[in-house]
Design a protein. Sequence first.
Length: 291
Amino acid sequence: MGTRWSAAVVAPPPGVAAAIQSVLAEIIAQMSHWERCSQLSRINAAAPGGWHGIAPEFVQVMGVALDIAARSGGAFDPAMGALVDLWGFGPPGPRGDLPGDAEIDAARAAVGLGAIELDAPLLRLRRTRPARLDLSGIAKGYAVDAVAARLRAMGCNDFLVEIGGELVGAGIQPDGQPWWVDVEAPPGVALAPLRIALHGIAVATSGDYRRVGALGSHSIDPRTGRPIAHGTASVTVVHADCCHADGWASALTVLEPGAAMALAEREGLAVQLVVRGRGEWLSRGLQAMLD
């Protein structure tokens, strides 16, 4: 996944680290766009139009991804791999020049709602046009949930799981305290600390500072085909599960701040939005949690 994981587990049973590695390896084998032999990469390499059988976990993530795509008006798009590659953030590697308008238009033609059809009951999907799947904006959050589920299945009730800054906490620490997590403030932005007790909930953060290339922010708006430039520095979402938290953080980062907060309120999301030069915005859902 291009990042590190950690897990703090109270009274861990034997083999817990190996079990976590097994969960992550399976998700990578299904959904990684970096692994050439993954299910996702094989789908991307095939001609569009044909159905592809996928694992139940893959189906679950695609279902959430397509739902967030529809609810966000296309601000989140699991079929935007061609745009990610075009701007130098995908497997082909970085590029030193700006893509031209014709290149961007060609990549945009393959993305958008309707580019992917999911047949969940039959565990299959197909691309209706030459889109490239990219689940990097949601699969990491799902992986956190999957690790948490495996820990619970092993009898673990008290733990904190983290993958690349996305977290799920359950139970309490040995001293009786909850799993306190401080939300990272974007560089150069002065904010009072936002501390969250992860007691059966998840948190995910997306920011314009986390991965910046020579051509700008890695947060690309699939509707325009270009990196965002509206000043949103970071979006943090607190949710019942990390898959939704991760996907919504990705979508809200793309949207202009006012539209992002309006969508957060409409969906009842607990959100912290940090905008450069305009400070911190909190949704009513997050304010209620902090009161």
